[in-house]
Design a protein around this ligand. Structure first.
Ligand code: NAD
Length: 289
């Protein structure tokens, strides 16, 4: 028997053995979630929802003070802790998981949410813009998922990794080459890791929001003003403006994105992996104006 054939047989025997002991998803109330970028906006809404469902939550964000404050809003430190973590730094990511394991004994649900948006036309996008965008969102989510997979594999209980990607992962957003392309990268990480980690019961799915204006630090930090100028609407009316473009005519709020994370991780979708759920009131299906 050839060496390569022997390898093939051994490889599939190992995969089948893993599949045979595939763990079922644990109820949310018994789980430990680590949410990146959870001191603000969508991440904070996700952390709040998971904590309300009874999960222990690790709020991982750049600023230690903001992470601790957001965790304190969720409850005492036997149910929520804040850790400072720059997701683009491998050492910091490993330290955040170590802190989570120390606080709660492990991690079985991870949300890759941390992000920023550098949205400029091609000719204005600098090399530094490109590197920062990709360091935080492509490299950052890779590092977080790698650490999550390491820990979840060692625990042997499966788990969930959820990416907060974007409608822009699928559809090109105007004038934002760096942001749109990094979101497409995240969407492909979902498919790649779903395939690679599935035999261990680790599901990897994505959520694609669009137009979450209220509560978003990205919108408050300049992106909202820029979009308002492009569309010729007052910035305070931007949420309603986005809503009018959608099939449902409804504004998307951070809580709606959190609902999708809940749906993916509460157990009912135990046979779903590699999926992206749009939370965009229908924009990805039909863009009305
Ligand atoms: P936000 O600014 O309110 O939240 C982002 C959080 O990420 C902040 O708390 C920030 O401190 C943190 N962060 C930034 N860089 C980090 C780093 N290097 N390490 C750790 N944390 C870091 O913005 P948001 O609108 O809530 O966005 C959250 C996610 O949702 C982002 O990935 C964004 O791309 C995605 N998203 C947002 C929208 C929207 O319309 N707001 C649409 C699609 C996707």
């Amino acid at each position: 028997i050839e060496e390569s054939e022997k390898f093939r047989i051994e490889y599939w025997a190992l995969e089948e053995a893993k599949l045979a002991r595939m763990p079922e998803p644990k109820p949310l109330a018994t789980r430990v979630a680590l949410v990146t970028g959870a001191a603000s906006g969508i991440g904070k809404a996700i952390a709040t929802r998971l904590a309300a469902e009874g999960a222990c939550v690790v709020v991982a964000d750049l600023d230690a003070g903001k992470a601790a404050d957001a965790a304190a809003e969720l409850g005492s430190n036997d149910v929520a802790v804040g850790v400072s973590c720059d997701v683009s730094d491998a050492v910091a990511v490993a330290a955040a998981f170590a802190e989570a394991a120390l606080a709660f004994g492990g991690v079985d649900l991870v949300v890759n949410n941390a992000g920023l948006s550098i949205s400029k036309p091609l000719l204005e996008t600098t090399e530094r813009d490109w590197d920062l965008q990709h360091d935080v969102m492509a490299k950052g989510s890779f590092l977080v998922s790698r650490e999550a997979a390491r820990l979840m594999s060692a625990q042997g209980l499966g788990g969930d990794i959820v990416y907060i990607a974007s409608k822009n992962a699928v559809f090109a957003g105007p004038n934002n080459i760096a942001y749109s392309s990094v979101k497409a990268d995240q969407a492909h990480q979902v498919r790649l890791l779903a395939a690679e980690l599935g035999s261990e019961g680790i599901r990897v799915n994505g959520v694609n929001p669009d137009g979450v204006v209220r509560g978003s630090g990205i919108f408050a930090g300049g992106w909202g003003a820029q979009r308002a100028k492009v569309y010729g609407v007052p910035e305070e009316e931007l949420g309603a403006f986005y809503a009018k473009r959608t099939i449902l005519g409804r504004e998307v709020l951070p809580e709606h994105v959190a609902n999708a994370v809940f749906a993916l991780t509460a157990g009912e979708l135990s046979h779903t992996t590699g999926l992206h759920i749009p939370v965009d009131a229908g924009v990805a299906a039909a863009f009305l104006r």
